[in-house]
Design a protein around this ligand. Structure first.
Ligand code: SAM
Length: 281
């Protein structure tokens, strides 16, 4: 009888299967995860396999290729749609205190929320702009690669229980009233007021494959780059740099930075402790 394969042999088999899986997804659906960070990607694949009840990566590949629903479910896992309103309140405070005064000086304001998941970041942006009296001259482009997440975002309905948990961060961010002011609520669901959605455009956009937009005064991209390996972070940073007006702002998550941005010397750090940068040339 053949001896049990060595552990290293098992690992390399997994690597081969993973490479084939990612290649297959790319060929079949056009989503390219080959430059995603290895550890979270492996966690997503394992979670996807458990959810679909398949035992091997190859069997999972077969499922993903033949069942579009399973691919959509994988997208939500690999994209990690975890989000909340006024997440990283220090960053929102910085947006209010350092960026809003600059935005005030422009006749019209263009903002791109990248990887907006189910929309909570966009609702937060809309609320800040409304409170600062800037909403009417603002356009917010809210994008994500996951169309299902965007469909949820468009509805802008948040369970009242969850809204309550956002209140603390809203106030820490410098919020001036109560989140309830911006939602029309039944006993269970709060709906973002329609006037706060009027200037929001939702669109599918993939940082791996799609091109830049133009002339944004502020780009907010939080907790997306952490899932990318350096080469892909570099690509995303190119897009951001090209999409910002001169003197525009880039707001990243607190665990994200310009470390893989080829243009890092063309930004200044706006405030220590938060990852907010200003394009200076
Ligand atoms: C952890 S969520 C972050 C949500 C929100 N920005 C926040 O910080 O609360 C990551 C989001 O990035 C999106 N995403 C992942 N890869 C992407 C890509 N290549 N292009 C665009 N969006 C992507 C996912 O679909 C997911 O909605």
């Amino acid at each position: 009888m053949r001896a049990a394969p060595a552990r290293t042999e098992i690992q390399s088999l997994e690597e081969i299967e993973t490479k084939l899986l990612l290649e297959a997804i790319s060929l079949r659906y056009g989503y390219d995860f080959r430059e995603y960070a290895v550890a979270p990607l492996h966690r997503s694949i394992s979670a996807g396999m458990s959810a679909e009840g398949v035992a091997t990566i190859s069997a999972y590949q077969d499922r993903l290729l033949h069942d579009e629903g399973s691919m959509q479910r994988f997208l939500s896992t690999v994209g990690v749609s975890v989000t909340s309103m006024f997440r990283e309140a220090d960053t929102w405070r910085c947006i209010r205190e350092e960026i809003v005064p600059m935005l005030r000086t422009f006749p019209s304001i263009r903002i791109w929320s990248v990887g907006c998941a189910t929309g909570e970041e966009v609702y937060s942006l809309a609320i800040v702009l409304r409170e600062e009296g800037l909403y009417e001259k603002s356009s917010i482009y809210a994008t994500d690669m996951n169309e299902d997440a965007l469909a949820v975002a468009r509805v802008a309905a948040v369970p009242v229980e969850r809204l309550r948990t956002y209140e603390h961060d809203y106030l820490r961010s410098g919020g001036q009233s109560s989140l309830a002011t911006f939602f029309t609520s039944t006993s269970r669901i709060g709906r973002l007021r329609r006037d706060l959605l009027r200037n929001v455009t939702w669109a599918q956009h993939n940082l791996v494959t799609d091109a830049s937009f133009n002339d944004f005064h502020l780009i907010v991209c939080t907790n997306v780059l952490i899932y990318f390996r350096p080469a892909l972070q570099q690509r995303a940073h190119h897009l951001f740099y090209d999409s910002l007006v001169r003197s525009g702002f880039l707001s990243l998550g607190q665990r994200e930075s310009l470390i893989f941005a080829p243009e890092s010397s063309r930004y200044t750090h706006v405030r220590s402790g938060v990852s907010v940068f200003r394009k200076v040339r």
